[in-house]
Design a binder for this molecule. Structure first.
Ligand code: SF4
Ligand code: F3S
Length: 106
């Protein structure tokens, strides 16, 4: 499965959702996740993300391992998002910031 990680937090560019053939993105207030039970590993979303937030599960960097469980957990809670929309208003500021796990709104 593929996993959305830190760069997406407070940005939500949403280019990724337009290309997913199985509509497995789920949307929270300031972050998106991928439903690991639905992702078919097509890889299409990876290149779409302008901040390179999406990794194959096996390639998630060590300091972002907690995102694997978070994607699995929140994909069972948050609703589907299937169409691109405007990014969050302060995305330019937050795109350059890392270590945003604690700022994810549930
Ligand atoms: Fe969707 Fe493919 Fe990305 Fe999985 S890898 S989330 S199936 S676009
Ligand atoms: Fe997030 Fe990148 Fe998609 S910022 S919403 S994973 S395009």
């Amino acid at each position: 499965t593929y996993v959305v990680t830190d760069a997406c937090v407070k940005c939500k560019y949403t280019d990724c959702v337009d290309v997913c053939p199985v509509d497995c993105f789920r949307e929270g207030p300031n972050f998106l996740v991928i439903d690991p039970d639905e992702c078919i590993d097509c890889t299409l979303c990876v290149a779409e993300c302008p901040v390179e937030a999406i990794y194959a599960e096996d390639d998630v960097p060590g300091d972002m391992q907690q995102y694997i469980a978070l994607n699995a957990e929140m994909s069972q809670v948050w609703p589907a998002i299937v169409e691109k929309k405007d990014p969050m208003s302060d995305h330019e500021t937050w795109a350059a910031v890392s270590g945003k796990f604690d700022q994810i709104e549930r």
